[in-house]
Design a protein around this ligand. Structure first.
Ligand code: EZ4
Ligand code: CO
Length: 407
């Protein structure tokens, strides 16, 4: 089975997605997600200008060799653009191999280790009543684990509570072809004072059993994160996510020494190298990388195997800016690996599902990739062509004095 074509599909059904479509000389088609929110065209160019031409004529079955060829062979390693491009090739090749085998992809990864994939949904509110309603709405949708994000008195918008439900699909898109990112104001002390009161109220309302998560979005220093983790201990979080920027992995030692709140990190990481200290020293409890951003199934499987040696579990990133192709790739891994933890799930819009036909399901709190041979996602190219790319960016965050802060 030789690779005959490698097409890059850029489409915007509600938000931007980049998809690699690999075709083979025996007529099969495989898909990989290459969406890098706000920097989509850089990956599209990396694939169509530099990677696609190298793939033509290669044996589509040689997944590991192709991964190494693109990673080591390029000389320039790692980085979000490179790793998203390699991920797209890798996932498309796994899709093809599973189609040839006539099996859903998870069967090639060792088969199912569980019957369903526990998913968490997002609840948010500008104030407490709105937040409690949002949690109830998620429960009605079937979610049994819920990420809680709350407005902070005195702050107009904060991460997870933008006026538009989907930040990079939000106001910036309306400004024409070259929008500027919107800007938000941040006050760390106000957040640190307010958040424990939110979790106290949520626990009082919903009781001790509902698994609750929270995403700090890299906004604290290690000592601030330590303080927050400690303050949240009475509310028994499932995890506290991205409590501090973790490019400096050593910083997590301080957080860890002060709190037993479980920690999840890694949605902006793209390589196992980013995790070396975090995993070896057991400084985190959940690995957050997305298949789409961290080199595909081949790389993620190795990452999870390393984590398993240290009792660290998976918590694959699953926001709406991962396409259904990337989502499905994560679900096949989730079902197969032993050290599965939880899967983030933001259902896509009806427009997105028009372009991406998928076999995965969500029922009673659990996802399943389905039994269709391969990945179980196909792209309707005629539908994709109806949704033209428009630049859209995540907001930029500033402190009250105007200093740029992590978003
Ligand atoms: O802000 O995917 O846990 N999920 C998140 C996401 C990220 C976006 C960035 O593109 O933090 O919503
Ligand atoms: Co996050």
């Amino acid at each position: 089975m030789r690779i005959a074509g490698a097409d890059v599909i850029v489409t915007s059904p509600g938000r931007n997605f980049v998809t690699l479509e690999i075709t083979t000389d025996d007529g099969l088609t495989g898909y990989g997600d290459a969406t890098l929110n706000g920097r989509e065209l850089a990956v599209a160019s990396y694939l169509s200008d530099h990677v696609g031409p190298l793939l033509i004529g290669r044996d589509a079955h040689r997944i590991e060799d192709t991964w190494q060829y693109l990673h080591r062979g390029a000389y320039w390693r790692r980085g979000p653009v490179t790793m998203a491009a390699i991920a797209a090739v890798d996932v498309a090749l796994w899709d093809l191999k599973a189609q040839v085998a006539g099996l859903p992809l998870y069967q090639l990864l060792g088969g199912a280790s569980r019957t369903g994939i526990r998913a968490y949904g997002h609840a948010s509110g500008r104030d407490l009543p709105e937040l409690l309603d949002s949690i109830r709405a998620r429960q009605e949708q079937g979610f049994r684990s819920i990420r809680v994000q709350s407005g902070v008195p005195g702050l107009e918008t904060i991460y997870g509570i933008s006026a538009a439900p989907d930040p990079a699909g939000g106001p910036g898109r309306e400004n024409g072809r070259h929008p500027q990112p919107s800007e938000e104001t941040w006050d760390t002390q106000a957040y640190l004072r307010h958040l424990p009161t939110v979790f106290e109220a949520v626990r009082n309302e919903f009781g001790p059993e509902l698994p609750l998560l929270h995403d700090v979005h890299h906004r604290l220093t290690p000592i601030q994160a330590a303080k927050l983790g400690k303050a949240l201990e009475p509310y028994d979080l499932f995890w506290l996510e991205d409590c501090t920027p973790a490019e400096n992995q050593d910083g997590l030692r301080l957080v860890r020494q002060h709190t037993t709140t479980p920690l999840a990190i890694g949605e902006v990481f793209n390589s196992v190298v980013d995790y070396q200290t975090l995993i070896r020293e057991q400084l985190i409890d959940y690995v957050r990388s997305a298949v789409t951003h961290a080199g595909g199934i081949t790389a993620m499987r190795k990452l999870f195997d390393l984590a398993a040696q240290y009792q660290i579990k998976s918590g694959i990133h699953g926001p709406a800016d991962i396409s259904p192709v990337g989502m499905a790739a994560g679900l096949h891994l989730d079902l197969a690996i032993h050290n599965f933890g939880i899967q983030e799930f933001m259902p896509h819009s009806a427009e997105t599902y028009e372009v991406f036909r998928h076999s995965y399901t969500f029922r009673d709190g659990y996802l399943h990739p389905g039994e269709t041979p391969g990945l179980g996602v196909t792209v309707d190219r005629a539908a994709a062509a109806r949704f033209e790319y428009r630049p859209a960016y995540l907001p930029v965050n500033r402190l009250r004095d105007g200093t740029v802060h992590d978003w």
